[in-house]
Ligand binder design. Sequence first.
Ligand code: PGA
Length: 252
Amino acid sequence: MIKPIVAGNWKMNKKVSEALELVRNLITLVKDITQVTIIVCPPFTSLYAVGQEIKGTNIEMGGQNCYLKESGAFTGEISPQMLIDVGCTWTILGHSERRQYFNETDSFLNQKLKYVLTTGLKVMFCVGETLEEREENLTESVLRRQIIEGLRGLQPSDLKNIVIAYEPVWAIGTGKNATPEQAQEAHAFIRALIGKEFGEESAKNIPIQYGGSVKPENAKELISQEDVNGFLVGGASLKADSFAQIIKACVP
Ligand code: PGA
């Protein structure tokens, strides 16, 4: 059985003082939960402060993005080693907002993913179709392309350090979540594809998170789907109370 994994993607929200308040409240609310992997992904400016706060707790931390070099003349970028230095054990890669607004392509993400895995950081790798693509019946071909191109050249052993986040773009920040059936259908497709590309063992063990308007009200039904192993939560992770409720809904 796959341990549920719930991550909060704070995006470009929370100044340091606000980040600290949020994580302190969260620590109190979820301190007894051992059956769910809990991750917060604050913006870069709050990572150090939040990293100090979560030391010795059951909360892990991730970056929202990073670059594919250790250091150097790459103005505005952050390296995986820098994320590790401030307490991260994870990073998100390929979020649809990175793909959409910052032109991150499948092949660039593939290079980043391969580099990041060499540093020891674990990755939540995001995939998902737009509304237009869904309406044109392209969901599966988009997911296939994003996974095959994104994970190209990886070995089955690399997949131990990867979680796939299925995030239909039309459900992100819109309040309109995928139905449990739509989520299950996409997750089952992704798992079967991983099986075909990397073998049954990888398919059986890889956690697949759902993301897109996850709320306390829909978490239970979504997590009860066979192939939904957790969530990547945006808006509802900005309040300790709603994020904690989502985490609690995932306790088996
Ligand atoms: P949302 O964002 O929960 O606000 O829809 C999810 C995400 O972008 O990871």
